[in-house]
Design a protein around this ligand. Structure first.
Ligand SMILES: Cc1ncc(COP(=O)(O)O)c(C=O)c1O
Length: 226
């Protein structure tokens, strides 16, 4: 049987609802792929360039992938997407990987400047500090408001899961898939509250803050710095 061409994963699932990969799981994936010579591809499109509190999110787990795919923050607001890979995976001849918008000079310059700026100003460390503070405060909201379910994330990549009130628990059958993804207070998962998440998103926008929704039921309010 042919081996898979690669294994791709996000160190913190973004659209999936801000779910950080457990460090031990990520290390295990690294070991499994290394043993079989399968390239491990880290999708750091959302997690890269300091947002999670380390320059690359894989650093949290001490894992070195063979390939990284980057986009979004790396362009410093200009459209730029980059694939970084080990030398020995570079089998293209110079000029073979051509395309209309490849190697845009202005975006490349912006990307280089962005990487230097983030490093020089230690923005990853800052994301770590601010993120820890935000997680603390958001988690304290969870103890105050039953509609706040799990609060999770790394650095400033944070997700706040909104759930329906305790009394709604019986209204949803356990097999329906309507539950928020993870247990919160040890009492079992509560039903997801996508309407409430949409209301929070609208109110944030009204106050000048753009937040995304994610997760299987679009019930996770996602915070991610530009
Ligand atoms: C985690 C992740 N990977 C890949 C992509 C695709 O990136 P691009 O739009 O640069 O092709 C996205 C886009 O939203 C993303 O969020």
């Amino acid at each position: 049987m042919p081996l898979p061409a690669g294994m791709i994963l996000e160190p913190v699932q973004g659209e999936g609802g801000v779910i950080p990969a457990p460090d031990a799981w990520l290390r295990r994936m690294r070991a499994i792929t290394a043993d079989r010579s399968i390239p491990l591809i880290a999708d750091e499109v959302q997690t890269g360039v300091g947002r999670t509190g380390r320059f690359w999110a894989v650093e949290h787990s001490g894992v070195v992938p063979d390939v990284m795919v980057l986009s979004k923050a790396i362009g410093g607001s200009l459209p730029l997407a980059v694939v970084v890979y080990r030398d020995d995976l570079d089998v293209w001849q110079p000029g073979a990987h051509a395309g209309t918008f490849r190697g845009n000079q202005l975006a490349m310059a912006a990307g280089t400047a962005t990487l230097a700026y983030v490093r020089e100003h230690r923005l990853a460390e800052r994301a770590q500090t601010l993120g820890a503070r935000m997680l603390d405060q958001l988690r304290s909201l969870a103890t105050e408001f039953p509609c706040v379910g799990e609060v999770r994330g790394r650095g400033l990549m944070i997700g706040v899961e909104l759930v329906r009130a305790e009394e709604d628990r019986e209204a949803v059958s356990p097999g329906s898939g309507d539950f928020a993804s993870l247990d919160t207070a040890g009492a079992g998962p509560r039903p997801a509250a996508p309407e409430l998440a949409a209301a929070v998103q609208r109110e944030c926008l009204r106050r000048g803050l753009i937040v995304e929704l994610g997760g299987r039921h679009a019930s996770v309010v996602r915070l991610l710095p530009r």
